[in-house]
Design a protein around this ligand. Sequence first.
Ligand code: DAH
Length: 347
Amino acid sequence: MSLPDFLKSLDDLMDEARKSLESVDSGDALEALRVKFVGAKSGVLKTVQKMMGVIDVSDKPSAGKRFNEVRDAIQLAIDQAAEKLGGGGSSSKSGPMIDPTLPGVRPSLGQLHPITQTIEHLKEIMSRLGFSVTEGPEIEDTWHNFVALNIPEDHPARDPLDNFYLATAKKQVGGNPADRDAMLLRSQTSTVQIRVMEKQSLPLRIISLGRVYRPDAPDATHFPMFHQMEGLWVDKHVTMAQLKSVLRLFATSYLGSDVRVRFRPSFFPFTEPSVEVDYWWNGQWIEFGGAGMVDPNVFGHLNIDPEQWSGFAFGLGVERLCMRRFGITDIRDLYRSDVRFLRQFAS
Ligand code: DAH
């Protein structure tokens, strides 16, 4: 085929396309024309393109150039016709704005931090055992953090190197004891025992979950801020046997029925006798915290008669419970705020 013939057939095609597109009045008709002219399989343009194969090599560049112009012009005319019909159309450029065949985009949902999940779970278990939930302040005075808990002035637990004393916060209270006005970030939730016994009438059965602070260098098992669950039960005849039952019931609810509980003799200034609580779980003994019978000296600070009332208290590390259950091995991972890590522990 000669070049002039080829160009002539392109011009004819262009005319025909323009004319029929001008008068098109429905989406279906437009679609039919689209298929007829630019259809990928047997559109007229495709047929014309094939004719280029028999054109002289030296004429090919001009034939190709004109072919491209005509193809673009027809496509443009189709797009314009589609726009005139109300944006419908189904040619590639003016296709529907939303492609229903694309995979959907899942909105990302937030979720509770593993520690928050653990706290909620612990509260739920303990409230089934009749414990109500209370809270205490994280900025404490030395009275609640030490003195009333029977921790004397010279006790190593009060060492400034082991506590976050606050240089600026001073509690303005008159009179003695002299050190009542020193403030610190509480180092234990046992403070809440004192606050509850100051306010509430007996008998009482409470837990308190919250943050505590100690200037420990962070490593896989230490962090300067962590959480504790404190428990306190004061009534007329509370015994060590009840303490053990409660901690066993708690452990089996939280970790599973194959958990065993072990008490080891220990010492805490605010309990007498005192024990260290271990759980046997997945083949090893794991230390979860301390417990004991409320020391009569603590009752004394609160004008509670130790002849009439007895009580037990316990304090467990929340991170340990959380990490055991979720299989987390480094406490620092909990506080890096890396959602890729935290997202694994969906509630
Ligand atoms: N407060 C203790 C600590 O932080 C834990 C503890 C031990 C709490 C014995 C108690 C208890 O209530 O009875 O190490």
